[in-house]
Write a protein that binds this ligand. Structure first.
Ligand code: AMP
Ligand code: FE
Ligand code: FE
Ligand code: ZN
Length: 275
């Protein structure tokens, strides 16, 4: 029996691992398939695909889009998208610029609290086009201004804290349409984290393909809850660890395992879409 981890971040967004490190760890974990799902970018996918080919692991191109529906934030995972698709690339570039501008705004607010921090230092540490709050937190820790990432989030960066800046997001329905025109499948990420159950019927009506039932932050009862919803709406079932490398203390890759039968169904639907 082989397993898949379909939710992984690399240093092309806010993870710390290179594609080679991800694939080496996937091998150690005995994974048969993986998807790279960096925030608002597919830049790491070519390298990860090449590493997976060498390791005999099935690779899925992916990305995680930040979206909203009726005022609530939710994340949409895109799987099997064409990485060269122009509208998708354009939207991702736009959201990368939004992320960079948001970092500048967060840094300005942190400075206003009397903490010296330079946006260029955050960008240098991030060294990617899709920076996020974890990079601000890591810079604060590296500078000795916070002891831990949690402290940086609790003091400054969490929603409602003084340096929190709202992120401009695309509508979930637009995100799904964007994914579909790029020949991909749209999957609702970690619904248990966003308390977004009310959005599910609308997303299903707009062609949602699947739901991430298995996730690091879904206890077994939560996974069961979403498996029942998937069955009710005839949605594909996905799962992944949401590993961000070492940034959350320990590498999570392989700790959430999707059974092969679910992965095969996802793959079959993607193939059906393309043909
Ligand atoms: P952003 O995309 O800039 O809004 O940042 C969201 C990222 O911050 C996600 O990957 C979260 O997992 C991460 N995050 C949220 N809270 C914390 C925390 N307390 N410690 C570390 N990372 C966090
Ligand atoms: Fe992240
Ligand atoms: Fe997410
Ligand atoms: Zn994620």
């Amino acid at each position: 029996m082989s397993y898949a981890d379909l939710h992984l971040h690399s240093h092309f967004s806010d993870g710390t691992f290179t594609p080679a490190e991800i694939v080496a760890r996937a091998r150690q974990q005995g994974l048969g398939a993986l998807a790279l799902t960096d925030h608002d970018t597919v830049e790491g996918c070519a390298d990860t695909a090449a590493e997976c080919a060498r390791a005999g692991i099935d690779f899925v191109v992916g990305t995680e889009l930040t979206a909203e529906h009726q005022g609530n934030e939710l994340h949409i995972l895109a799987y099997f998208v064409d990485p060269e698709n122009e509208p998708l690339r354009r939207e991702m570039t736009k959201f990368q610029a939004v992320r960079q501008e948001r970092i500048r705004e967060m840094v300005t607010r942190i400075n206003a609290l009397g903490v010296p921090l330079n946006a260029e230092d955050v960008f240098a540490l991030a060294n990617c086009k899709s920076p996020g709050r974890p990079h601000v937190a890591r810079t604060l820790v590296r500078n000795g201004q916070c002891r831990t990432l949690d402290e940086a989030f609790d003091r400054f960066l969490k929603k409602g804290r003084p340096a929190w800046v709202p992120k401009s997001k695309m509508s979930a329905l637009d995100a799904m349409a964007l994914i579909h025109q790029a020949n991909g499948l749209a999957v609702m990420a970690h619904p248990g984290l966003n308390r977004s159950d009310d959005a599910i019927p609308d997303l299903v009506a707009a062609g949602l393909d699947g739901i991430e039932c298995f996730h690091t932050k879904h206890p077994p009862a939560t996974a069961q809850h979403y498996l029942a919803i998937a069955a009710k709406h005839n949605l594909l079932v996905t799962g992944g660890s949401d590993c961000h490398g070492m940034s959350k203390g320990k590498p999570l890759i392989g700790t959430v395992r999707l059974a092969r039968e679910h992965f095969d169904k996802l793959k079959a639907k993607a193939a059906e879409h393309k043909s």
